[in-house]
Each structure stands twice: as structure tokens, then as C-alpha cells.
Design a binder for this molecule. Structure first.
Ligand code: HDE
Length: 764
């Protein structure tokens, strides 16, 4: 037990889950797994978890652990059985009539094993198929009872267990992580008044305004139906054809062409509820609300060239990063912020708050921080948890309510519906990862895969035979829908149509583009250029440029130049000739660079190149200094294994230039030691390593003799500045000067990238 908990210092309860610490460890000679706890239905209450007040979930612990204990399986010390619990004597050979004779139909052990295997796969999600999940907790900063009676926001310090799934949208389950795409950011709160799913994205707006268009959008962006290409990419004809005919998409296009679509890590991207929701207090009063998750580590992204290369070398880049951060105790953390506004305020806005292609600028309604979410525990089993988790926008709790956003309305139907097919029936809420920690009691019965064994003969309400139970909770305790105003709607009657402000397709696209820093604007223009250069039909490219002219003339011009379109096409006709004047012309908060985060290096990866004859002391110094900052320095050698140092001792390279290319690291240290430098100079991988690090604007430190490597790689060493300034992110240290240079290197890394070096087309 001690050895196990020592090996997993950050998830101390894992030992207990696996049966080692709670007396479940099988005894020698044991014949069967001890009976697991029966599902109780009610698993969390004020006494045992999420309801605890004034407490913070300890690191690595959260309250979904106990409820899930009943289904965790530990096979250590156990004999192999069939699914009926029959011990299996031979798991190597099928039953035959003589060793060279025919296999026998009677072999129920083989048939059960193969039959189960044949059915191991379930349908993947139609969108967001590729994802990664983690457990954690949400902690409330202060009571929000003035606005909402929702359980997670009742008291300061209250913690609520959560399960989060991050995802890409377009690609299939086995596709790459670093595609240019929106990222799903779905949070399941296991509140003590039922599950609340906040199924958001890492961008606060969406492509379309009405659920009616969702199947069209997804059909357009998915791999084209005749040849199933391209995988995990929007850079193809059908997506841009659809986009060019849907001007409401323009604002979202700005976001997906920005670096937000290629995050560095799930721990460094924001999350948004997208739609306007309602908060409702005990008195039944309601306000509107937008949900924002902001990462403590700041918002950081990849650059496109890097994202493309990573997808080849490590398609699991984000999944690995999330897993490793949690295992290392560098827990991803996000602050939840709310934009709260009244219906009267909303009526005055220049845009419609029911339109999911619009944001509420922070300068108009500030974001109020209300709590933090920490992801502190990896799932035990990908399929059981991350794949089977079922998020549904229909899952809300007392204190939260919907707005009339027509996109949200379609979602309220879609998610439950899709789970019924994907998870094989209406009882998916009983799959352990989905089951609420609050008690479940109703008269729904039967269906495929029913787990609960309901007792008694009463499955209806009202009843007298069961004393009227389960009884209606009533307005005091139960969920009550806000009686929203419907005056205007009554006048119109049933219609298919949109409110007028929905027709302003460009004002906020302009706001977004104009609020970006010049570097970010360049990246957006380059992304349009790249995507449209993959489009084979010239008319589609031209229609997009014509659309962009309505949002930003400089952007449209730059994209057109990049595509060889001259002269510029006429702007697309406006659906609304005179849109309302926006309250905010620039919102600096929309720039990724506006949220550098806490400056910590937690979870960052640094490559230290090594070869035989390396100067070991400065390498050790750098490793120690980086570890202190929470960054991981990996020794990347001309090969893996022991490397003699110039002082006669040895270092262990755990990665090689071949298996961990340069673009997988956030920064680079080139070592001192003539012999090592000569060996590195012989290997072409070293040059690619350095050039990628340079091209992707990362901090590079060249210790002593390794300056030659920079020269050989063709780097403009004239960029060399005193390392005290470190402005270019290129730091050179003379021999014996390592300590100070390492400090400058760490300072450079806190800036993430040095975009001053960036050139289009790239210099190297
Ligand atoms: Fe989804 N979406 N969506 N979506 N969505 C699904 O549900 C849908 C939309 C989002 O990690 C599906 O379980 C419709 C907006 C996330 O498991 C499906 C519409 C936003 C996830 C579905 C939208 C999202 C999904 C597919 C337009 C951001 C992954 C599998 C009306 C606010 C959740 C599934 C996870 C998944 C439908 C639009 C986010 C088909 C009909 C807007 C994060 O039900």
C-alpha cells in the first residue's frame, strides 16, 4: 500500500479505489471478488461530499470517487473467469477434436470471448468524437444566492465534483488532437440537486443561429461523403461553400481562423457556455447569464506550422498533455466567471442576446469571478468514463434556466436523443459516470440495460399504495421554469423567422478582428489564406473574400493577395443595411495575449539536447532550475540511454532527436561541451530541431560551444542581445556563465513566444 501511494502522490485515494487500502485486497487463496457495494441511488449528501461547506477537496481527491467504487474492478490476485464467473482453466487454446482436428462449436468459453470482442465498439459521437476527460471539483468563492439557488453556488468554499471532457469537433475518434477546430469544453457538475451539464466550447460564439441549420453545417464540415476526406480539417470545398453562403458565420470564422483553434493545451484555453442562460433565485426572480471559464495558466496557443507537424509526431498531443499534467500534480485550473445582466439591460443592447453568433463584450458587462475548477484526477478507464460520459444541455438544476436562444432549443432535444442511440437505450443515466450523486426516484421503468431493481408494485403517481411516494417536490424544492415574458411572441403567433438584430452579421466580426494584436491579425489572415488555398473552386474563394470585405477591408485585402485574387470582388450584399451602432468598438479582452496567466511554467516541456561529451554541470543546473518552476526538462540525445559527460560521469537521455522532434517542446537548451556539440552538428535532426524552435518563436538558450549549432542551423545570431534583456528569446551564454543565462531563459519562457522573430514566409 505504501509503495503504491508513494508512486502516486497526487492521487492518494487511488490506492483505496483499487481495493488496497480499504480491506478489499484479495486474500491469498481467495476464490472470488468480495461482493461490491450495492448501488444505493443516493450517494452524496451533506455528510459525505459535495455538500460539505467551507471545505476544499484535497488535492487528488474528489467526491465522485466513492460513488464509483461500487463498479471499479481490481483483478489482482484473482483467477480468470467467464462473464458468468466460471473459472477458466486454459486461456490459450480453443477446444478441438485432437490438437490438429476441427474446433468445436461447444467451446462456450471461446464463443463468449469472441462474441464480446465483436461488440466492443459503440457508435462514436457524430460531432466531438475525439475527446479526453478528467475528474475534478468546482469550488465556489462566495454565495450567489442573490441571483441563483443553484446548489454549487450556495456557500463560499462549497465544492461540487465535476467530470470534464474536452474534444475536437470535426475529426473521428482516432483523429489528431491539433487540428484547426473548435474545442468542446463540457463540464458535468454532480450537484446535490442533480446533474448540471454546462456543454460549452472554447469559443464564445457559434457558426449558426438556429438549430435548423446544424445538420447542414456538420455535413458541410465533415469529410466529404464521396471519398471521406479530409479528416480533422475544415480546409475543403464543402465547408467553405456552405460558409460563403451563410453570412451569419462570419464572426465565428474569425475565431476559428485565430490561434484559439490550435490551443497549446486544454489547460491553456478558455471555455464558454456560448448561449445566454438564466439564473433564478429562491424568490423566482431571474437574470440573464453568460458562463466563462478562464485558465489560470493563461491562454496559449500553437502556431500553425507547429500544429501540422505535431499531428504527425504525436496525434495524442493534447490528450497526453492533460494526462501528464494531472499525473505530475500540475493540475489544470480554470476560474468560472459570470456575466450577469437583466432583461431590461438586454433589451437596450445593440445585438440580440438570443443570437449565439454574438458575444456580450466584457467592456459592456464585466465578468464576475465566482469560483474555480481544478482537474485533479485522471479517469481509470477511457471507455467506461470518457467515452460513455453523456453530456446533455437538457441537464439543468433548480437555479439555472434556459433562454429562448433557438440554437439552444435544438440542443435541448439533440443530446438526449443522440445518447439513446450511442449508448444503447434510455437508461444511459445509470452508467456510473453519468449517474447523479443526488438520489434518483421516479416511476420510469424498464428499457435496455436497466440497472436499478425497483421494489414493490407501484410505478405510477398519484398512488395510495406506496403512500404517494415518490412525491412531487413542489415549487419550494423542485425545478420550476421561469415564467418568461411572451407578449411580443403572442402578437406574432407561430412563425418561422428571425429577430431583426440577428441580421447584423458583421459588426462583431469587425470587433473581434480589430481587437486583436497585429501578430494575431496576421495569423488570422494566414489561416484564411491556407484554408482557402485548399478550396478548389475559385468562386467559393471569391465569395469568402467578398464576405470578409464587410468585416474588415484590410483583412479581405490581405487574404485576396495571398490567394492571387485581383481585383477584389464586390462586398456581399448586407442583410441589414443600417445595423445598430455597437457599444464597444474594441475589446482588448478578445486578444489571446491579453491573458498571459499566472506566469508559471507548470506543465511546460523543455528539451535539453545531449550527446557524448556534454558539459553535465550546466545541464543539471538547468534541469533543477526548471523543475523548481514546475517545468519538465527532458534530455534529448543523439540516441537514448547513458551519455558520458566531459567530466567523466554520465547522464541518461530519455528521448532521442528522432523520437521527440523539436516542435514537441516549448523551449530548447543547447549544451556546452565541444565533443557533444560536434556530435550534434553531425545529425541533421539537430538542425531541424533548432530551426523549428526558432520558427515557432520559442525561447532558445545556447550554452558555451553550442553557439556554433545556431550558426550552422542558419539562425540570425545577429539577433543576439545581452541575455539580461532576452528580448528575442535567443540567449547565448559564455562558458561558466550558465546560472545567469538560465535565469534569463526562464524569464524568456514566461513570455511563451517571441513573435518579434516571426516572418511570413518563414526565414528558415
Ligand atoms: Fe453540440 N452536440 N450541438 N454544440 N456539442 C454534441 O452530443 C448539437 C453546439 C458540444 O464531450 C452531440 O453527445 C446541436 C454548440 C460539445 O461528449 C450532439 C447543435 C456547442 C459536445 C450535438 C449543437 C456545442 C457536443 C454529439 C446546434 C457549444 C461534446 C454527441 C443546435 C456551446 C460533448 C453528443 C462531449 C456534442 C448536437 C451546437 C458543444 C449530436 C443539434 C453551440 C462540447 O447531440
Amino acid at each position: 500500500v505504501e509503495a503504491l501511494s508513494a508512486a502516486m502522490p497526487h492521487n492518494p485515494t487511488k490506492a483505496a479505489e483499487h481495493g488496497f487500502a480499504n480491506g478489499l485486497k484479495p486474500q491469498p487463496g481467495a476464490t472470488a471478488q468480495p461482493a461490491s457495494r450495492l448501488p444505493t441511488g443516493s450517494t452524496l449528501s451533506e455528510e459525505n461530499g459535495s455538500g460539505k461547506t467551507g471545505s476544499v477537496a484535497p488535492e487528488g481527491v474528489n467526491a465522485t470517487i466513492e460513488p464509483l467504487d461500487r463498479v471499479r474492478v481490481d483483478s489482482s490476485g484473482q483467477r480468470l473467469t467467464t462473464n458468468q464467473g466460471v473459472p477458466v482453466a486454459d486461456n490459450q487454446n480453443s477446444l478441438k477434436y485432437g490438437v490438429r482436428g476441427p474446433a468445436l462449436l461447444e467451446d462456450f468459453i471461446l464463443r463468449e470471448k469472441i462474441t464480446h470482442f465483436d461488440h466492443e465498439r459503440i457508435p462514436e459521437r457524430i460531432v466531438h468524437a475525439r475527446g479526453s476527460g478528467a475528474h475534478g471539483f468546482f469550488e465556489c468563492y462566495e454565495p450567489l444566492t442573490q441571483y441563483t439557488k443553484a446548489a454549487p453556488f450556495r456557500e463560499a468554499g462549497k465544492t461540487t465534483p465535476v467530470f470534464v471532457r474536452f474534444s475536437t469537433v470535426q475529426g473521428e475518434r482516432g483523429s489528431k488532437d491539433t487540428a484547426r477546430d473548435v474545442r468542446g469544453f463540457a463540464v458535468k457538475f454532480y450537484t446535490d440537486e442533480g446533474n448540471w451539464d454546462l456543454v460549452g466550447n472554447n469559443m464564445p460564439v457559434f457558426f449558426i443561429q438556429d438549430a435548423m441549420k446544424f445538420p447542414d453545417l456538420v455535413h458541410a464540415v465533415k469529410p466529404e461523403p464521396h471519398h471521406q476526406m479530409p479528416q480533422a480539417a475544415s480546409a475543403h470545398d464543402t465547408f467553405w461553400d456552405f460558409a460563403s453562403l451563410m453570412p451569419e458565420i462570419t464572426h465565428m470564422l474569425m475565431w476559428v481562423m485565430s490561434d484559439r483553434a490550435i490551443p497549446r493545451s486544454y489547460a491553456t484555453m478558455q471555455g464558454f457556455g456560448v448561449h445566454t442562460f438564466r439564473l433564478v433565485n429562491e424568490a423566482g426572480e431571474s437574470v440573464f447569464c453568460k458562463f466563462h471559464w478562464t485558465p489560470t495558466a493563461g491562454t496559449h496557443s500553437l502556431v500553425w506550422d507547429e500544429a501540422v507537424k505535431i499531428s504527425g509526431a504525436d496525434p495524442d498531443y493534447h490528450r497526453r498533455d492533460l494526462w501528464e499534467r494531472i499525473e505530475a500534480g500540475a493540475y489544470p485550473e480554470y476560474e468560472l466567471g459570470l456575466q450577469i445582466f437583466t432583461e431590461e439591460q438586454a433589451d437596450q443592447f445593440s445585438f440580440d442576446i438570443l443570437d449565439a453568433t454574438k458575444i456580450v463584450p466584457e467592456e459592456l458587462v464585466p465578468i464576475r469571478p465566482v469560483g474555480r475548477m481544478v482537474l485533479n484526477r485522471n479517469p481509470d478507464n477511457f471507455f467506461a468514463e470518457t467515452e460513455q460520459v453523456a453530456f446533455c444541455t437538457a441537464h439543468i438544476v433548480p437555479g439555472i434556466d434556459f433562454s429562448n436562444d433557438p440554437l439552444l432549443a435544438g440542443r435541448i432535444h439533440s443530446y438526449v436523443d443522440t445518447q439513446i442511440t450511442r449508448l444503447g437505450g434510455p437508461n444511459f443515466h445509470e452508467i456510473p459516470i453519468n449517474s447523479p450523486v443526488a438520489p434518483v426516484h421516479n416511476n420510469q421503468r424498464d428499457g435496455l440495460h436497466r440497472q436499478a431493481i425497483h421494489r414493490g408494485r407501484v410505478a405510477y403517481e398519484p398512488n395510495s399504495l406506496a403512500g404517494g411516494c415518490p412525491f412531487q417536490a413542489g415549487a419550494e424544492q423542485g425545478f420550476v421554469t421561469v415564467p418568461a415574458r411572451l407578449r411580443a411572441q403572442e402578437e406574432q403567433g407561430k412563425v418561422r423567422g428571425k429577430p431583426e438584430k440577428f441580421a447584423d452579421h458583421y459588426t462583431q466580426a469587425t470587433l473581434f478582428f480589430d481587437s486583436q494584436t497585429p501578430v494575431e491579425q496576421d495569423h488570422i489572415a494566414n489561416a484564411f489564406r491556407f484554408e482557402l488555398s485548399k478550396v478548389t473552386v475559385p468562386a467559393i474563394r471569391e465569395r469568402i473574400v467578398a464576405m470578409l470585405r464587410n468585416a474588415s477591408e484590410p483583412l479581405a485585402r490581405k487574404v485576396a493577395t495571398g490567394l492571387g485574387i485581383d481585383p477584389l470582388p464586390e462586398p456581399q450584399p448586407l442583410a441589414l443595411a443600417n445595423p445598430a451602432k455597437p457599444e464597444v468598438q474594441k475589446s482588448p479582452a478578445l486578444s489571446l495575449l491579453a491573458r498571459p496567466g499566472d506566469g508559471s511554467l507548470k506543465g511546460r516541456k523543455v528539451a535539453v539536447l545531449v550527446a557524448p561529451g556534454v558539459e553535465g554541470k550546466s545541464v543539471a543546473l538547468a534541469q533543477a532550475a526548471l523543475l523548481e518552476q514546475g517545468a519538465i526538462a527532458r534530455l534529448v540525445g543523439t540516441r537514448i540511454g547513458r551519455m558520458p559527460t566531459s567530466a567523466g560521469d554520465a547522464l541518461d537521455a530519455d528521448a532521442s532527436l528522432e523520437n521527440e522532434p523539436g516542435f514537441l517542446f516549448d523551449a530548447l537548451i543547447l549544451p556546452d561541451g565541444q565533443e557533444a556539440v560536434a556530435a550534434l552538428a553531425q545529425d541533421g535532426h539537430t538542425m531541424e530541431f533548432i530551426r523549428d524552435q526558432f520558427r515557432h518563436c520559442k525561447t532558445i538558450l545556447a550554452l558555451g560551444a553550442s553557439r556554433q549549432l545556431m550558426v550552422k542551423a542558419g539562425l540570425p545570431v545577429s539577433m543576439d542581445k545581452s541575455h539580461a534583456q532576452g528580448g528575442t528569446g535567443l540567449i547565448f551564454a559564455e562558458a561558466g556563465d550558465a546560472r545567469q543565462a538560465i535565469a534569463a531563459f526562464i524569464e524568456g519562457m514566461t513570455r511563451h513566444r517571441h513573435f518579434g522573430r516571426e516572418m511570413d514566409p518563414p526565414l528558415l
